[in-house]
Ligand binder design. Structure first.
Ligand SMILES: Cc1ncc(COP(=O)(O)O)c(C=O)c1O
Length: 383
């Protein structure tokens, strides 16, 4: 018998869609992928070069469990240069992606039965991290009418003696919203023990008014989780980190030592290059995403999808598709099977996402155009 915990872990539906898409591709079908949150760009060349060099130089051993000091220094410098916050390398733990950073964070913070607040919709994996660590989730519904943003009064009303904290994700997956500095400040003043801020989409915001802000500008009781997957087009490299108050680092480090030992050594070396030497590459990817974003927003609206909250960050458009479906999972599989276009169903992001679809523009303009054309013809046919 498997555990109740394992049994109750929900599947990451978008990965199920992707796996079905791969099956169709093996049958020779031309599938267009707008489902996965994965950059279509190759990792910038200087990053690749420095990993190769590190391998050639024999950097193939375990590193310090907190990560290479040079990388932790580069992360601290990055946060200082970008947000003017002073953090020390002793507050940083380098992990094999943002996901493991979240795993050890929740295992460190939650006693069995402790609660953590999440927005609904949310990034699909969050509840499983919390529940897997023995915690419970209190969801705060966020709707397109409120710009998909947390209502601070609702959060305050949801706090119980067992509430350990709240998670924010800005720029957000799936909605693409970005919290203003005023809102971040307001959230950071809510009396909570901890705020976890998932900053993985920092670097991917498209409006001049959206200078990104880290939660660390506003409070000290925050844990930032971040990674290289999205902004640096490094999903398969598996590199991330967390920034935490100093008193949490030793407990986090013990979990890291036991579960993962350390992040990959040569990948960490490449991470230093990513932070220091890729500005022009990042800018060029971001400019390209922005062109696709604008195109996709307009096209989806023209096709009749409702989009009250235009995404300003990350690489997703989250549209209301309730005129077509109340079962986004079946609908996404139906679209995949019938016209070979992969889309993430809103239900993957919680009950608040039902009736929505998430389109990723991390694919070429040409493929986006082809996919949306197929979808347009299809929707006319089935209506
Ligand atoms: C909001 C969010 N956080 C974390 C992750 C996982 O990132 P990583 O590849 O660093 O584990 C993702 C990936 O899609 C994400 O969208």
């Amino acid at each position: 018998m498997i555990t109740k915990r394992a049994d109750e872990t929900t599947s990451f539906i978008v990965m199920d869609i992707l796996e079905r898409a791969k099956e169709l591709e093996r049958e020779g079908k031309d599938v267009i992928h707008l489902e996965v949150g994965e950059p279509d760009f190759r990792t910038p060349e200087p990053i690749v070069e420095s990993a190769i060099k590190a391998l050639r130089d024999g950097e193939t051993s375990y590193t310090h469990s907190l990560g290479l000091l040079e990388l932790r220094e580069a992360i601290a410098e990055h946060y200082y240069n970008k947000y003017s916050v002073n953090i020390s390398p002793e507050q940083i733990l380098v992990s094999s992606g943002t996901s493991p950073a979240m795993l050890i964070t929740f295992h460190t913070l939650l006693e069995s039965g402790d609660k953590f607040i999440l927005s609904n919709p949310y990034y699909s994996c969050y509840p499983n991290f919390i529940i897997g660590a023995g915690g419970k989730v209190d969801y705060i519904d966020v709707s397109e009418e409120d710009g998909f943003e947390y209502d601070v009064d609702k959060i305050k009303r949801a706090i119980t003696p067992r509430t350990k904290g709240l998670l924010i994700n800005s720029p957000s997956n799936p909605t693409g919203i970005i919290y203003s500095k005023e809102k971040l400040n307001e959230i950071s003043n809510i009396p909570l023990q901890y705020i976890i801020s998932d900053e993985i989409y920092h670097g991917l915001s498209y409006s001049e008014d959206d200078r990104e802000h880290t939660i660390l500008e506003y409070c000290d009781h925050a844990i930032v989780v971040n990674g290289f997957s999205k902004t640096y087009a490094m999903t398969g490299w598996r590199l991330g980190y967390l920034i935490a108050p100093k008193n949490l680092i030793r407990p986090l480090q013990k979990l890291q030592q036991n579960y993962f030992i350390s992040a990959n050594s040569f990948v960490q070396r490449a991470g230093i290059t990513a932070l220091k030497n890729t500005e022009s590459y990042i800018k060029s990817m971001k400019d390209t995403y922005n062109i696709r974003r604008q195109y996709m927003i307009q096209r989806l609206k023209d096709m009749g999808f409702i989009l009250k909250v235009e995404p300003r960050g990350a690489f997703y458009v989250f549209v209301n598709a309730k005129q077509y479906t109340n079962n986004s999972k079946d609908f996404a599989f139906q679209i995949l099977n019938d016209i070979h276009v992969g889309i993430a169903p809103g239900i993957d992001f919680g009950s608040g996402g039902e009736g929505y679809l998430r389109f990723s523009y991390a694919n070429s303009q040409k493929n986006i155009e082809r996919a949306l054309k197929r979808l347009e013809v299809y929707l006319k046919k089935i209506n």
